[in-house]
Each structure stands twice: as C-alpha cells, then as structure tokens.
Design a protein around this ligand. Sequence first.
Ligand code: DUT
Ligand code: MG
Length: 159
Amino acid sequence: MPNPETTADGSTVDVLIRLLDDDVPVPAYAHPGDAGADLVTTVDVELPPQGRAVVPTGVSIALPDGYAAFVHPRSGLAAKHGVTIVNAPGTVDAGYRGEIKVTLLNTDPEQAVKLARGDRVAQLVIQRVERARFLRAETLPGSHRGEGGFGSSGGFAGR
Ligand SMILES: O=c1ccn([C@H]2C[C@H](O)[C@@H](COP(=O)(O)OP(=O)(O)OP(=O)(O)O)O2)c(=O)[nH]1
Ligand SMILES: [Mg+2]
C-alpha cells in the first residue's frame, strides 16, 4: 500500500501544523496520489441560496519558504450542492500563521445547504511557488499569441 502522503517519486515536504480544536483531524489525503488534503469546518453552518460564509478549519500551518498552500473547492460539494469557494483557490502565504479559513459560497438559487462541524468543505494543495523579480522594460519580446486574449482563440459552438 503506497503511502498517501508520498508522491510517485517519493518526495514529500514537511509542514508543521497546529490543531486549534480538540476534534479536528490532521488534513488527510483520501487516496494515494491525491493533490489535495481535506479540510473540515469546525462550525455548523447554513448557507442560504446564493449566500456565503467564512468558516474556520481548526488548523494553522507553517509552510517552508518557497511554498504556498491553495484552498480549493471539493468537486462533490460543487456538483451535488453547488457549493464552491468565493476566492478559489484561496492563497495561504508561507508566512501566514493564522487559522486557515474557507470562504464558502452556495451558488444554488433556491436550495439552502447545511454543513455540520467536521464536514470536509475544502482541500488544501501545497505547491512550490516562485517569487519573481519584476524587471521593467519598454518593450516585451514577441510571441505567437501576442496581445490576443479573452476568447481570441475562438468561443464554443460557433459563438
Ligand atoms: O482561502 C483563504 C485565503 C487566505 N487565507 C489566509 C492565508 C493568507 O496568507 C491570508 C491572506 O490572504 P490573501 O493575501 O489572499 O488576502 P488579502 O485580502 O490580500 O489579505 P492580506 O492583506 O492580509 O494579504 O489569509 C485563508 O485562510 N484562506
Ligand atoms: Mg494578500
């Protein structure tokens, strides 16, 4: 049985975590190879139709420099109940030591969604990130795309 915390090349990154609540689990990868470790809400919450709420997860982490964590929605909650994350993916900076929070949004126009303490509401993806040194320039090197954006390659079904 492969270790779910280990990638195919065997690499992991150690991340210190504080559990701020008695019952909160250490975020876990559900399957080997999963990119996201699930985060729970530590509060009961009811999201009214098209309503949002910021929920606590009961964890804070210390990422090594050069890493960031991204708070992504869970696809099942999105597909079954229309629940997503307002600022998806939320960015957790390496220097952040506060509690990780999730800004949930119920996109359903009619159905309220009830979530209970302990429900998995988001997944945390840890990634290496570069920091840029922005070098001012008067002109930029040419490219195939050029300045074409926002649908310049075509829309869908002829539109
Ligand atoms: O989904 C999220 C997104 C962010 N954060 C925390 C970690 C992050 O380091 C901090 C700030 O996030 P961000 O930079 O996205 O927000 P901001 O509005 O720019 O706040 P700040 O001025 O504090 O940077 O809030 C969360 O707990 N959950
Ligand atoms: Mg910021």
